[in-house]
Design a protein around this ligand. Structure first.
Ligand code: GLY
Length: 570
């Protein structure tokens, strides 16, 4: 029987009542700004202030990349749990003329890093060393990336796109309930990781509505405004960062900062049911894994089987198990290891990978040929999608890795540093603190970029821009983007419906389907269990922010109700 979540509001409400198609019930009501449409342009990001700043840049005649830079700096102020200048990220872009590209501004291991730097004398992994404090920090790439993005693709003056974030940092950010809670939860970690009391820590708990002013961050942003990348990688900010490293036992040097450069890369491209998919190449695993997943499920009529119905979930899960096994074995920084991209994406290879699919039985992950487990990645990353009046598109995912990264705040400079070093395999082949292990391809080496799952993605239909999408969520990023695309292409959902819909995840190991509470109806779970799948519910994950071209020509912004995410269009 055909079962879909249609886009009509009335039908949708009925389905919410009587079926598993209930996108938002575990997450409360959606904010007014969600599901908005715009004729000209759209910004969807994790924070209302950042979306407001991005939209204002579009409205004053800036293009998508001007807005992307402004939104990126604004997130560093308004959304410090993941927005950053002390971390890194990826851009996938598509210009109005069809030109596509990708910018890799992923952090790098410092020159003084070494393969065993997180191991003790007995070669055991030292708890917390790669996640908390100064040694966990990779050389930040965000400022170089935003500067490179602006130089190649922007149109407004640099100062114009940096200034709104400076103003916001000086004025202060009004905390949402979620932000206040997250800051309170990490209070002890901030105290532990720093030799001084940073302004994100105060004696009494933070509450919704409190104002967090960040004057030192404002000064750091002013140096970036005035000197570009040199305002971060050289001069006063660099001095403060290196001093901070020395104070806390970190290893980033002036030379690491000076030599950091982002890299323009060729996106991973492929097709799915006639749509062209453009996504991030290594050092992200995202683009390859997404294209593998899409091509592995393409032979099956998911639309006919229906959204989150047993056969659909079974086939998606079996594809995910195989793709994540590949990810763990083959993927790493392409500047250091040879990633067999064309083999991994070859139709014959992918057909062969699915040849062992049994529609009646789950294939135990222990029987799926694979090398090593994937590296641990945490949930706190952030994605934003932007489209401008000319049809230029930016799909950007950026991260500090863990929530507030290493928790280290650079004293005197007011910004938080990443703990991206934990995205490497601290010890290839040995489980980390999350029970996951990483492969040889992702071992630590000086100057190497750590493997990522970030999957900023753009879809074209008939040669025209169709969809811009991405999400945070560590290893669940790939499957969340995968599901958002299937929700639109196979199940006929609009953008807001597609991002709000409950999700499930399987990553080969641990060998289980992890549905959100509202995902997979009890009947579907029972059928899957009978086929041999193990299910274990997990809390909500991801925050998919996307933009879709509707049939009437307007852009629809989809802002994930799992966060404070906000879509603003005009
Ligand atoms: N730190 C999350 C990722 O890069 O995938």
């Amino acid at each position: 029987m055909k079962k879909r979540c249609p886009s009509s509001l009335l039908l949708l409400l009925l389905l919410w009542q009587f079926t598993g198609c209930k996108p938002t019930d575990q997450h409360g009501s959606t904010a007014q700004t969600q599901g908005v449409t715009g004729e000209k342009g759209m910004v969807v990001s994790a924070h209302p202030e950042a979306s407001r700043i991005g939209l204002a840049i579009l409205q004053q005649g800036g293009n998508a990349y001007d807005a992307a830079v402004a939104t990126g700096f604004a997130l560093a102020v308004a959304y410090p749990v993941a927005g950053n200048i002390g971390g890194g990220g990826f851009l996938v872009y598509r210009k109005q003329d069809g030109e596509i590209g990708a910018l890799d501004y992923r952090e790098k291991a410092p020159k003084a890093a070494s393969r065993d730097m997180y191991l003790d004398a007995q070669k055991n992994v030292i708890a917390d060393a790669s996640t908390l404090g100064h040694l966990a920090v990779g050389v930040p790439g965000a400022v170089d990336g935003l500067a490179a993005m602006h130089q190649k693709l922007g149109s407004l003056p640099w100062a114009t796109v940096v200034q709104p974030a400076i103003d916001l940092a000086r004025k202060g950010v009004v905390l949402t309930e979620r932000e206040a809670r997250m800051l309170n939860e990490d209070r002890e970690n901030f105290i532990k990781a720093n030799k001084f009391i940073p302004s994100v820590v105060r004696d009494t708990p933070w509450w919704k509505g409190d104002v967090l002013a960040l004057p030192e961050l404002a000064s750091s942003l002013e140096r970036i405004r005035d000197k570009g990348r040199a305002g971060f990688y050289e001069g006063q900010t660099a001095d403060l960062l290196v001093k901070e490293m020395q104070r806390g036992g970190g290893i980033i040097s002036h030379q690491d900062l000076k030599e950091y450069h982002s890299v323009w890369r060729t996106p991973i491209t492929g097709t799915y049911r006639g749509y062209k998919v453009i996504s991030m190449p290594p050092p992200s695993s995202g683009g390859i894994a997404l294209l593998q997943l899409l091509q592995m499920v393409e032979p099956y009529d998911l639309s006919k089987w229906g959204w989150q119905q047993p056969n659909t979930v079974h086939v998606m899960t079996e594809a995910q198990r195989r793709v994540y096994a590949d990810r763990a074995t083959y993927l790493g920084d392409p500047d250091f290891v040879k990633v067999p991209v064309s083999s991994l994406l070859s139709p014959a290879y992918l057909k062969n990978r699915m040849a062992t699919l049994d529609m009646e039985r789950a294939t135990p992950s222990s029987q799926v040929q694979a090398g090593q487990l994937l590296a641990r990645e945490s949930d706190q990353t952030t994605h934003y999608s932007i489209v401008d009046q000319w049809g230029n598109a930016a799909s950007i995912t950026t991260t500090l890795n863990g929530g507030y990264g290493s928790k280290v705040v650079v004293e005197g400079a007011g910004f938080i540093l990443n703990n991206e070093m934990d995205d490497f395999s601290a010890k290839p082949g040995v489980p980390n603190m999350f029970g996951l292990i990483g492969g040889e391809a992702n071992a630590i080496a000086p100057g190497k970029r750590m493997l990522s799952s970030m999957t900023p993605t753009i879809l074209e239909k008939d040669g025209k821009l169709f969809m811009v999408v991405g999400t945070p969520g560590g290893s669940t990023i790939i499957t969340s983007v995968f599901q958002a695309i299937l929700n639109v292409v196979d199940h006929g959902m609009g953008m807001q419906q597609a991002v709000a819909a409950p999700r499930f995840h399987h990553q080969w190991l641990p060998d289980r389907i992890e549905p959100e509470a509202a995902a997979l109806s009890p009947e579907v779970r029972e059928v899957l269990q009978k086929r041999g799948h193990t299910l274990q519910e997990r809390g909500r994950y991801g925050a998919v922010d996307g933009i879709l071209k509707r049939k009437d020509g307007r852009w629809e912004g989809g802002a994930d109700p799992r966060g404070d995410d906000t879509a603003l269009g005009y």
